[in-house]
Design a protein around this ligand. Structure first.
Ligand SMILES: NC(=O)c1ccc[n+]([C@@H]2O[C@H](COP(=O)([O-])OP(=O)(O)OC[C@H]3O[C@@H](n4cnc5c(N)ncnc54)[C@H](OP(=O)(O)O)[C@@H]3O)[C@@H](O)[C@H]2O)c1
Length: 312
């Protein structure tokens, strides 16, 4: 059987990251079908000038999933964090039954295979993702797979405040000394990474890979934002131990669907002094995937420019 991949089904292709992966796959010349939940209210993005097919699928029905996967060489799952931990096993079973060659699970963040991560709060939250990759490893004789960790989505983190820097109020909340580097990827970079994984199915087969646009610290981002806005920011210091404790206190809210504890644990996991969760050169798949690192300053400049916040 040829390992070449031409047809790709993307689950969650309407989402925050999924849109970027779909666009990169289309640019890469793949024929893409976006699978959406039956009754989904997610707006259907436009990928002009490219054509993309949309198909509804009932995630609770193995036959619906299998029919949707018929004729697809690869299935990329970019479904939301909770869904990724609940429904991917049956999706994999259906992909195997349909003869899909490659499955990419919804990872795209913390490296859930890093030794010891399972003993951290972040790892506990993502235990369902680990189980999915364990399941793929058990079924390597039936379907090949590639997992991808990416660190924070940098463009989302700038916008949603996860970097701690708020150019609208000229304030910043810096964790510990602010010098700890953490891995970050633009969503467009992740899209290109997935496209390259499928373009090189042999060298990416049955592997858990890590990529990042760059490693960056909070202080670096703050210095760039201050320089480009021409403003001095008011800085509040936050102790990573207090952030972790705040996460522990919020844990009971999880049952009510409030995930803010996870956000606190993530901040402590990546931003705390000595965290050591940046992407080391020897662990990076950027070279394998022919991906360039990117220029943090240029990215931040583009973001501030769009917001009309660059100094005159
Ligand atoms: N590294 C980071 O900074 C970071 C940040 C956020 C997320 N992530 C990770 O990236 C991946 C994608 O996250 P995202 O934020 O892009 O997701 P998202 O936008 O919240 O959701 C993606 C899509 O999942 C589908 N979906 C939603 N609920 C579902 C359910 N119950 N069952 C099946 N499908 C469902 C929806 O598609 P339809 O409506 O079309 O069915 C939705 O558009 C996840 O693994 C997440 O953990 C990483």
């Amino acid at each position: 059987m040829s390992s070449t991949i031409n047809t790709v089904a993307v689950l969650g292709g309407t989402g925050n990251l999924g849109k970027h992966i779909v666009r990169a796959l289309l640019v890469g010349g793949f024929s893409v079908t976006i699978l959406t939940r039956a009754g989904s209210t997610s707006p259907k993005p436009s990928f002009e000038p490219y054509d993309v097919a949309f198909k509804e699928v009932d995630y609770s029905s193995p036959s619906s999933l299998q029919a949707a996967f018929a004729g697809q060489d690869a299935v990329i799952s970019v479904i939301s964090t909770d869904a990724a931990q609940q429904v991917q096993k049956s999706i994999i079973d259906a992909a195997i039954a349909a003869g899909v060659k490659r499955f990419v699970p919804s990872e795209f963040g913390v490296n859930t295979r890093k030794p010891g991560v399972e003993k951290t709060r972040v790892g506990e939250f993502l235990a369902g993702k680990r189980k999915v990759v364990d399941y793929l490893i058990q079924n390597e004789d039936k379907i090949s797979w590639t997992g991808l960790s990416t660190g924070f989505f940098f463009d989302s983190a700038l916008e949603n405040g996860l970097t701690g820097i708020s150019p609208l109020t000229n304030t910043a909340t810096i964790v510990d000394s602010g010098t700890q580097p953490w891995p970050a990827s633009l969503r467009s970079h992740i899209g290109r990474a997935v496209s390259e994984i499928l373009r090189h199915p042999d060298i990416t087969k049955n592997q858990y890979l890590s990529t990042a646009s760059f490693n960056v610290s909070q202080n670096q981002v703050l210095a760039i934002v201050e320089e480009l806005t021409g403003k001095k920011f008011a800085v509040t210091r936050a102790d990573s131990k207090d952030i972790f404790k705040s996460g522990e206190e919020k844990l009971p809210n999880l049952a009510k669907g409030d995930h803010s504890a996870f956000v606190d644990f993530l901040k402590a996991y990546f931003l705390a002094d000595g965290a050591g969760n940046e992407l080391k050169d020897e662990d990076s798949a950027n070279e394998k995937l022919c991906l360039q690192t990117e220029d943090v300053r240029a990215v931040v400049k583009g973001w501030l420019e769009k917001k009309g916040l660059l100094a005159a």
